[in-house]
Design a binder for this molecule. Sequence first.
Ligand SMILES: *Cc1c(COP(=O)(O)O)cnc(C)c1O
Length: 433
Amino acid sequence: MTSLLNSQLEFDRDHIWHPYTSATEPLPTQLVTRAEGVCLTLDNNKTLIDGMASWWCAIHGYNHPTLNSAAESQIRDMSHVMFGGLTHTPAIELCKKLISITPNNLQHVFLADSGSISVEVAMKMAIQYWQASNASSKTKMLSLRGGYHGDTFAAMSVCDPETGMHHLFNNSVNKQVFTERPKARFDSKFDPSSLTKLEASFDENHKTLAAIILEPIVQGAGGMWFYHPEYLKRVRELCDHYNVLLIADEIATGFGRTGKMFACEWAEIEPDILCLGKALTGGYLSLAATLTTPKIAHGISQNGGVFMHGPTFMGNPLACAIADASVELLLSSPWETKLLHLEQKMTRLLRPAKDISSVVDVRVLGGIGVIEMSELISVPQAQAFFVEKGVWIRPFGKLIYIMPPYIINDQELSVLCSAMCEYAELIDARKSV
Ligand SMILES: *Cc1c(COP(=O)(O)O)cnc(C)c1O
């Protein structure tokens, strides 16, 4: 048994890429054999309470009977057919739901196969719209430092230029326009001077700007930073004033994670283009969507124009059926109360970390809890510690953070938060010796 495991892990290490790793010196991996509810089971039968929801996706937990049955029933009808010239009920029902729960102005849906692709699609929509409107000089994107929008080339071009991968692909990544990370904290009084640079960027660049792309309220993989809704409101006004489209990337924040169904609701704004992904299928399959307004959709389509994108697995019926069931499951649950509860619990449970001297900040919003340390965290060390404690938490940079499945109970949440605080203390203790 052990030797089978060892040979499997050996093969994995020698031949399979994992995210952002070296082929010759990869970080260690755990072999997971099952996932159910909020728990991952490892090959040695150890179970881990999952704090990551598989990178924002598994909002209902794993192996959910409702999603399983949606998948099983769809697979018996058809798991895939091409979307060119064909359509089907799973796509229609899902798109109806997405239109009904997203801001009112969004009426047209493009189904994409991953978050990064939905970002590419959003950028293409913006550029094609201005081209069709005789403003073909508007091709650039304005983006915020600290943002993350995916790993494909166009998506990379709007990621933070430092933590993103621009230095590796310097001449192959399009040059976009960047402005500073929104400084105004979500939970502080709004300081209007935090808009100065943003306003200047619009003023200087609007003639060449097709759109601004941002993650509303929560910058995720670029630093788990929560900023003030007033900033987002002002972005909307600037976009209207300067004729720049607003692309809201809610791939991480969508479907309740910040305490609102979509983070744009914190500022009561409607984007011109919205990207959804991650939790869309409840973590079952890769699926994403780009929604836009009649103005943009009709603009692109005027004079015989067509929108130029069409992936092979567009509108995959299996993914759509599961997504439809997942959204329904969310809507029929008391998700708002639950997220408020998670926020209150995490706020209380993570508070002790504030007293640790190597902790720079502790912040919580909706179902996201973050401890920011003063120094970079060693992922392999942290991973070993957390697995030993029976939790699945994977820090990045200086951040120890969780965004667990919404179905997590108080006891499980408290195990996660204690482990986070303990690890912060351990880092602190190591530093002071
Ligand atoms: C994860 C993420 C993406 C990329 O989605 P993939 O499915 O990994 O391609 C884009 N934007 C945001 C905000 C994300 O969190």
